[in-house]
Design a protein around this ligand. Sequence first.
Ligand SMILES: [Mn+2]
Length: 321
Amino acid sequence: MEGLFNHLTELINDYDDVVIMSHHDPDLDALGSSLGLSSIFTALEKSNYIFLDVEDEDNNSSVKQALSLVPNFNFINHKNYKKILKGKTLLIIVDTHQQERIEDPDFISFADSVVVLDHHIKMGNYIKDTEIFYIDSSLSSVVELVAFYSRFLNVSISSIVASIMLAGMEIDTNGFNIKATERAFEAAAYLASMGADAIIRQTLLKESKDEFLRKADFIKSSYIYHKNIAICLLTSTHTSSEELAEISESLLNFEDVEASFTIGQLDKKLVGISARSIGNIDVCEVMKKLGGGGHATIAAAQMENTTTKVAEKALKKALEE
Ligand SMILES: [Mn+2]
């Protein structure tokens, strides 16, 4: 990580402005890591912006709440960036590595160079021609990386930003159940030392009843396969890879479930499968058979030009093998 931190700190000097962008419909890891990076660059006296439409009605409720706590950050959006950014611009993408997932895919050609910092399982359609492409799927969250960057530079983070970052880690680890590595706890302890506030954190982590019920409906429709495998098929509705992951993680909490697979339509042509395991079943091997990858306990696959039903059949065939 130190090599990355040194490289990044040197790299920003070559640009007039740094723009931090995450995926569309950001979550608290995306926002928390953006705020953390912005805090670090500001401390380094580097002009920086977070590319996010703070007025967007579609922002989820925790992100809206978090944004209301950080009015002093520089946010830009697709309407005003061309007026604001006049010099050489470095784009730093956090929490995704797929061009179609980022807040404004067209911005990539506007920026002079691109850096990607992510912790998802690497997919085929990743962003190319980057100055730095750092992806480590053993990281719990991008927040974890940013927390260590802050510690490495000995630059402090405000207690409000630390609270948002810690909430982001909790979302991505499902309350420190998934990828709760020694390193993840170390990053969490660092954020606590920066004054992460328990009340702010808990307030941000509250979920709306509608969101809960939507997830509960999906979980209700899941079924058990071969005694210890839970499969959930989201048939009618479009979903996100984050939602698929959340459902798989929830399914692991149930008795006898040792592995879980959630299948859903990501867009018209793309089906996603999110796989989780408590450790006895190697879900990475299963996902590899479907063109995906990951780790023994956390893996995923995306299948093009198919339907969820076909993907379900393919999954069962892979499980039989
Ligand atoms: Mn994340």
